[in-house]
Design a protein around this ligand. Sequence first.
Ligand SMILES: NC(=O)c1ccc[n+]([C@@H]2O[C@H](COP(=O)([O-])OP(=O)(O)OC[C@H]3O[C@@H](n4cnc5c(N)ncnc54)[C@H](O)[C@@H]3O)[C@@H](O)[C@H]2O)c1
Length: 254
Amino acid sequence: MGRVEGKVALVTGAGSGIGAASAIRLAEEGAIVYCGDINRDSAAATVVEILSAGGKAFAAPLDISSSSECDAVIAKIVAESGKIDILVNNAGVNLPSVFHETTNEAIDKTLNVNVKGAMYLTRASLPHMLAAGGGSIVNMSSVNGIVSEPFLSVYSASKGAIVMFTKGIALDYAKKGIRCNAICPGWVDTPINYAHAEMLGGLDHVYKTIDSFQPIGRPGTSREIANVVLFLASDESSFMTGSIVSADGGMTAQ
Ligand SMILES: NC(=O)c1ccc[n+]([C@@H]2O[C@H](COP(=O)([O-])OP(=O)(O)OC[C@H]3O[C@@H](n4cnc5c(N)ncnc54)[C@H](O)[C@@H]3O)[C@@H](O)[C@H]2O)c1
């Protein structure tokens, strides 16, 4: 038996990076995984990868910044698969900027995707989790939910909001069998960081000097974060709720 055998999961941002790795990891351990992403083709590619490895998956294209699309995707999952056991609020954007030059569009997009998207999907999922007597919600925050970095004031604010949203949901549903935890990854090698890396002198420079901020001395891999997602999604973490779990190569130990 897999570690999440028969559980129905939605992973957002499943077309790339940490979300793709998380969808694959959950499917490897027996979950039926809905791969949500605004990029229809990349979500479909993750589904193909899961199916070709013998797992169960469906594409769930959506823009998480739309509350109606979030409501619709949860309704569709429950109609098709009967329940939603695991929600991984992973999709996100990072639009680094010098703050006094930041556009309204960048502020709105960052908060709409990174904060409101997680709220909309959580709100839509909770009635089904309550009816079923339980569920696990895993929110992707960031080290930047705890500490900031140059050019990341808006992104950091969005990830800090996710830390507190996680704690709020954990408290409100602790007696209902619904757990909610957050992960704070350090620098992981995915495209979300490329714009930030450019502002810091380029990706090569960042990786050559990564020792200076990530003591383990290398970027993380998406699979290393997916392993934490799997643990928090599964019953193995049954005593954990409201936890903010760092997976950051020691970055916030300093
Ligand atoms: N890579 C890192 O170093 C790092 C560190 C800390 C936290 N994170 C967080 O991990 C999460 C995943 O990021 P990643 O590193 O895999 O980046 P990524 O860019 O590889 O993947 C992000 C995915 O989210 C999708 N997405 C963006 N906007 C969306 C929307 N409105 N609706 C649906 N899907 C949308 C994108 O299409 C993409 O597939 C993000 O929340 C990010 O903030 C990443």
